[in-house]
Design a protein around this ligand. Structure first.
Ligand code: SAH
Ligand code: SF4
Ligand code: F3S
Length: 457
């Protein structure tokens, strides 16, 4: 009988995609996936560390699962494994924190998973691989082993070289590397052939595709030779090739970084119908002083100039962003600058985070002068402002016909289906289950705080 593994995923889309890769790796070594943690021989948690709350979750979840298994007297056999960003950053410390953890696998070790498990099978008490290499290869998986349905993820870059002063990602994901363009195009084509209607190109900074890492120097016009055999290009060029060559109806990408976002990207988006009308461009703050302390590498004015270039597009592009409130030393005046910038941009969606000090990062050593109460107050104030802006932004869709990728039956009503628009908004509408997986033309009839409602047109 084959052994069973249970895999739980936290964090960003990159982690979701890494879980698909781990699933593929385990399936190749005789393991079968189960959706019941109480039935598993191996319980893997794919973890996130971007804020403290996410990191703490690992230990509470392990304790919870242990408890449930003990109640059912299934205490003996399961091995607990931690992968993802907490595994990378905490490494051996995880073994000290919980004696139940026997496997620790860093963000570049997914291909080593079978060997690590083999070590445990041979009787080693613990197995760990947290090696980070600046030119690690990308883990390749086939189109037909995706866990996601209808939407598929494609890695284009991994890691980050920006080292914003608050962020742990460069320490957990290592140096930025760009995946060879030919591999990306090949994967996109085979996903299209499998019937996927939409892909999301993934990277911490998709716009710096080809600009850093092991293939530096291979850019046309920059000179030098690539160490790999395949050509790399700029992000805009990659996007254009995917639009023309992939055969995919809908292409989205995330995350963009203001420093590397350029007008050429907007031009390419304007030129191809299968490039969707959505840009996620996090600002983090509207105050130049805070942006400097965050080491973001742009000013508020430069950010607004990028936003203006998006607004000048022929297509109606929807813009979303991220903001951190309560960064060390953020004054009322700094926060007011964030409020005014958010109003000036007019985001279609905004993720707001309270600053959380992270180990290894420079900002963790800054004097955290903003109290929890003030952080909460600022969070609520910004949230309320965004709420009003969003209502206004969403109302422009009223009466419009939008293209929806239907992803499932609505959680709220079994006679409704739910999906995303090309501008990445959630939309519900009355429809039958056989629409799932298809593109539908829907007329927007109603707006809700965080979604649209419509009817088939
Ligand atoms: N590469 C992306 C961000 C990835 S992390 C970018 O540069 O935009 C996702 C979001 O988490 C960030 O945009 C930021 O808003 C938030 N975040 C990261 N570190 C944080 C911290 N220490 N405290 C609070 N929010 C944080
Ligand atoms: Fe973190 Fe900054 Fe890199 Fe984004 S660009 S992942 S915020 S260090
Ligand atoms: Fe979290 Fe790592 Fe993603 S810290 S947000 S899982 S890159």
């Amino acid at each position: 009988m084959s052994k069973k593994f249970y895999l739980e995923t936290y964090g960003c889309q990159m982690n979701v995609h890494d879980s698909e890769k781990a699933n593929f790796s385990l399936s190749g070594s005789g393991y079968e996936q189960t959706s019941d943690p109480l039935d598993a021989d191996l319980i893997l948690l794919n973890t996130c560390m971007v804020r403290e709350k996410a990191a703490r979750k690992v230990y509470s979840r392990i304790a919870e699962l242990k408890h449930q298994r003990r109640e059912l007297k299934r205490d003996s056999a399961a091995v607990f494994g931690v992968m993802g960003c907490v595994a990378q950053a905490e490494a051996e410390r995880l073994f000290e924190r919980s004696s139940d953890i026997r496997l620790v696998m860093g963000t570049q070790a997914i291909s080593k998973l079978p060997q690590l498990i083999e070590q445990l099978d041979q009787g080693f008490p613990r197995a760990i691989d947290v090696h980070l290499s600046k030119d690690a290869d990308f883990y390749e998986i086939n189109a037909d082993v995706r866990q996601t349905t209808h939407i598929a993820y494609i890695t284009i870059t991994e890691g980050c070289n920006k080292f914003c002063s608050f962020c742990i990602v460069p320490y957990t994901r290592g140096r930025e590397r760009s995946r060879p363009a030919e591999k990306i195009i090949q994967e996109a084509k085979s996903l299209a052939l499998q019937g996927f209607k939409e892909v999301h190109l993934l990277g911490q900074n998709v716009n710096s595709y080809g600009l850093s890492g092991r293939y530096r120097g291979s850019l046309p016009g920059v000179g030098g030779t690539a160490r790999g055999t395949e050509e790399l290009t700029t992000f805009a060029h990659l996007l254009e090739r995917l639009a023309v060559e992939s055969g995919l109806p809908r292409i989205k990408y995330t995350t963009s970084h203001p420093r590397d976002f350029d007008e050429e990207i907007v031009r390419v988006m304007d030129s191809h119908d299968n490039l969707c009308e959505w840009v996620h461009l996090p600002a983090q703050s509207g105050s130049d002083r805070v942006l400097r302390a965050m080491r973001r590498g742009y000013t508020r004015r430069e950010y607004i100039e990028k936003i203006d270039s998006i607004k000048r597009a022929r297509k109606d592009l929807s813009i979303t962003g991220d903001i951190i409130v309560g960064f060390p030393g953020e004054t009322d005046d700094d926060f007011n600058q964030t409020l005014s910038m958010v109003a000036e941009v007019g985001y279609d969606g905004l993720y707001i985070f309270k600053y959380s000090p992270r180990p290894h990062t420079p900002a963790a050593a800054y004097i955290d002068s903003v109290t929890e109460e003030v952080k909460t107050e600022r969070f609520m104030k910004l949230n309320e402002l965004q709420h009003r802006i969003q209502k206004d932004r969403y109302s422009r869709y009223l009466g419009r016909k939008v293209e929806v990728l239907v992803e499932g039956v609505s959680a709220r009503s079994s006679s409704d289906v739910v999906g995303h628009t090309r501008c990445n908004k959630v939309i519900n509408f009355p429809g039958a289950v056989d629409l799932v997986g298809n593109l539908a033309a829907v007329k927007v009839t109603e707006i809700k705080p965080n979604s649209l409602y419509g009817s088939l047109s």
